[in-house]
Design a protein around this ligand. Sequence first.
Ligand code: ADP
Ligand code: ADP
Length: 232
Amino acid sequence: ATAVELRAVHKVYHRGTQAVQALDGVSIGFATGSFTAIMGPSGSGKSTLLQCAAGLDEPTSGQIFVAGDDISGMDERRRTALRRDRIGFVFQAFNLVASLTAAQNVELPLRFAGRRADRAEVARALAAVGLGERAGHRPSELSGGQQQRVALARALITRPDVLFADEPTGALDTKTSREVLALLRLLVDQQAQTTLMVTHDPVAASYADVVIFLKDGRIADRMALDPADASR
Ligand code: ADP
Ligand code: ADP
């Protein structure tokens, strides 16, 4: 099954009189349960691809399917619902709410979805990222790696169809990066969590099943990785 599919996606940004082709005819499918790394030089369209596939931005033309639903023609209200119910997102900067505890941060998406926060569910989500003992800590009391793991628990609490990660290890040191990547890998292996990750780091990319390389808004190359890759 295909979790996310892009068909002939173009994205043009207008800057004054100039038009920038951020995506120039991208067609690709991401299989359910697969872990894909998206690489390429700065400005090649990686963030744009992720934002369009996650319903944060709209393509200029082409179609995007998430779990079989065409999201390219959705109005803002439906795209908001899609992001809330079916998509998880983690960022380089963690984006946790500083005044809330780890548990309250993880609870947030449930509250936005109008669901009552189930304490056991939140505790399980934090335990799954190895932070069962840190539920009452605020972000400032946690290391960078711990904060990113809280962000991961928050992204996954709604059991999204797809997890999008934009440079999730960009702000972390080597050792902590590997802990977060090993955790992402575990989620893919144990829960078949479809994951798309933008990264500049080849070591981070080596945790994925497939690496795609963007150049000038096009897919320039695609590489399948051996699951026994030595750098993991
Ligand atoms: P990457 O993530 O690979 O660095 P981006 O997707 O951020 O690439 O950007 C692709 C191209 O589109 C770049 O030329 C960038 O400057 C341009 N771009 C991205 N977002 C915008 C925007 N909101 N407005 C105008 N140009 C943009
Ligand atoms: P990255 O390389 O991770 O994409 P950028 O600094 O290029 O980081 O982009 C950060 C954000 O700014 C993105 O959301 C992108 O869409 C937006 N952006 C990038 N280039 C431009 C631009 N020229 N004008 C407006 N927004 C832009």
